[in-house]
Design a protein around this ligand. Structure first.
Ligand code: NAD
Ligand code: LYC
Length: 504
């Protein structure tokens, strides 16, 4: 769709087509709103996009997908697709993560809960009771969430309805909202190495240790992996956004690519439209930003008018590091027999949170071989890295630094894949600068993390903002990072906007 074919007044404009933006847009389109999604890049998806190189289809970021189950209410990706009458085939992953941790701590998180607990208890027999108590308490959170409709907590009539339908589940959630997983773990567990393992169980998706990871989010992650399971979309993660975008158009709304919003237009302090890099402007009754809160309030609105609520949020939350990503195409014999899809590798506990400390590995071709040429696999490996490491370099220094970093990663990975360096067929390195450039995320950040220990999720803002008619969606809104989490933020945002527009 070209700009000239687009009507210029909409019910809702969504800036950005990450999963948060697309879920908001499709939910609103399904309720009859006219929605325009504006995406700066060539395809939808943001962090859950893809790129093709030399016969390989690489996922940009997200690869371990929660929320694709077929029962309960927490399967928000399945539900988002359903709402616009589209669906995706998925491939179940029998193991969520194979951990390779210091002091030879090697274990797998099986899809089967008891199998996982037994493997963990075998390593820490003296903590058998505590292990079970901690993970069982995570199920309590999940079971509360998984019975109720998940919509906007900023909508009093919904809260009243859900409270009368599920009073005990609501009270359970109210109890857990201000808590962090580390406090609950320490209530049951004493062993230092086991607590370090639980820190890693949190760090590998929340990018902070357990005492700064909200218990609600830990409950979702540590239970859904055994309930709905981890399921990989056939054809790659990019299929989720592509299919949602198709559903959006089928429902009568529109998405425009290469459409970078440079300004949110306001009149009398209210958001009324957007201006694109091309100079075009569009108006709408409501504007939703899927850009991060830092980008929304410091780049798309005048930085010197940062609302007080955003200043406070910026004190409570800071930017997490970005990632250094190494996308490899390898000959199939690089992988020992029985290799699992996702791995975490760390050699020294002191380095868990360090620059390029923990290594994440994803090999999606073990689940969907169609993503690589026959006889080959994809190894996508990434490790946290700050943008400051990659600035103020000449282009030859930058290229050399990327080459060295790739070499170091391959060297460390040879602990898992001894023949890796002889099996390489393709290699591409992405740095925090790459993430900033292609995803439009300030400093390439993975998302917000608490700048100090906070009360669980209580400090995380919902979708409405201090600017009337402007909403935020995505990982800098409640409940934070994760595709299923941003899908929730999309459901909640669309619900609040629909009520404000008189649509539901
Ligand atoms: N499961 C995993 O393995 C994994 C890995 C990495 C990331 N993730 C998750 O992916 C989630 C990201 O989802 P999200 O929806 O919050 O955001 P996103 O960053 O994925 O999407 C934002 C979109 O907005 C677009 N955009 C930004 N500024 C724009 C502008 N000015 N004009 C037009 N378009 C603009 C970007 O191009 C992008 O497509 C994160 O929560 C993260 O946790 C998951
Ligand atoms: C009424 C009354 C009284 C009350 C009320 C209360 C209530 C109702 C409440 C409610 C609440 C809610 C709804 C909540 C919700 C929540 C949610 C949904 C959450 C979610 C979450 C999710 C998550 C967090 C997820 C995540 C994930 C992730 C991040 C992932 C990642 C991954 C990666 C990075 C990868 C890794 C690895 C390798 C490769 C190895």
């Amino acid at each position: 769709m070209t700009a000239s074919q687009v009507a210029t007044e909409f019910d809702v404009i969504v800036i950005g087509s990450g999963i948060g933006g697309l879920v908001t847009a499709t939910q609103l389109a399904a309720k009859g709103a006219s929605v325009l999604v504006l995406e700066r890049y060539l395809i939808p998806g943001g962090s859950s996009g893809y790129f093709d190189r030399s016969g390989y289809r690489f996922d940009v970021g997200a690869s371990m997908i929660f929320g694709f189950g077929d029962r309960g209410t927490t399967n928000l990706l399945t539900r988002a697709l359903d709402a616009v009458n589209v669906s995706i085939d998925t491939i179940p992953d029998p193991v969520q993560i194979h951990y390779h941790l210091p002091n030879g701590l090697d274990l797998q998180v099986h899809r089967d809960y008891e199998k996982f607990l037994n493997e963990l208890i075998e390593k820490f027999p003296h903590e058998a009771k505590g292990v079970r108590q901690f993970y069982d308490e995570c199920w309590k959170v999940f079971n509360c969430l998984n019975v109720m409709d998940l919509l906007s907590l900023e909508e009093p009539r919904y809260l009243t309805r859900v409270f009368f339908q599920h009073p005990f589940a609501c009270l359970g959630l109210v109890k857990y909202l201000p808590q962090n997983a580390g406090d609950i773990a320490r209530r049951y567990i004493r062993d230092r190495q086991l607590l370090q393992f639980i820190d890693m169980e949190c760090y590998c998706w929340s990018v902070v240790p357990a005492d700064r990871t909200p218990m609600i989010n830990a409950g979702m992650v540590f239970s859904d992996r055994h309930y709905g399971g981890i399921n990989y979309p056939k054809g790659g993660v990019g299929q989720i956004a592509q299919t949602l975008a198709e559903g959006l158009e089928k429902a009568g709304s529109q998405i425009q690519y290469k459409a970078r919003v440079t300004e949110i237009l306001t009149e009398h302090g209210k958001a009324v439209g957007v201006k694109l890099a091309s100079g075009e402007t569009y108006r709408a009754k409501r504007i939703v930003s899927n850009a991060t809160r830092w980008d929304t309030f410091e780049k798309l609105l005048p930085r010197d008018r940062l609302p007080n609520s955003e200043k406070k949020w910026q004190q409570r939350y800071q930017q997490s590091p970005s990632f250094l990503s190494l996308h490899l195409g390898v000959k199939a014999d690089a992988l020992p027999l029985g290799t699992e899809c996702h791995h975490i590798l760390l050699e020294d506990w002191d380095n868990m949170e360090s620059e390029q400390g923990t290594i994440f590995v994803s090999i999606p071709t073990l689940l969907d071989p169609s993503l690589a040429p026959q006889g080959h696999h994809i190894i996508h490996t990434f490790t946290p890295s700050w943008i400051s490491e990659w600035q103020n370099l000449t282009s030859s220094e930058y290229e050399a630094k990327k080459e060295q970093a790739a070499h170091r990663l391959i060297d460390r990975l040879s602990q898992l894949f001894p023949n890796l360096d002889q099996a390489l067929d393709f290699q591409e390195v992405g740095t925090p600068r790459t993430h900033r450039r292609f995803l439009g995320r300030d400093n390439g950040t993975y998302g917000p993390i608490p700048s100090r220990k906070l009360l669980g999720l209580l400090g995380m803002p919902f979708n409405r903002t201090a600017v009337p008619n402007l909403y935020c969606v995505g990982d800098s809104t409640f409940p934070g990072q994760g595709l299923n989490a941003v899908a929730f933020s999309g459901f909640a945002c669309a619900h609040r906007v629909a009520v404000d527009l008189g649509l539901s």
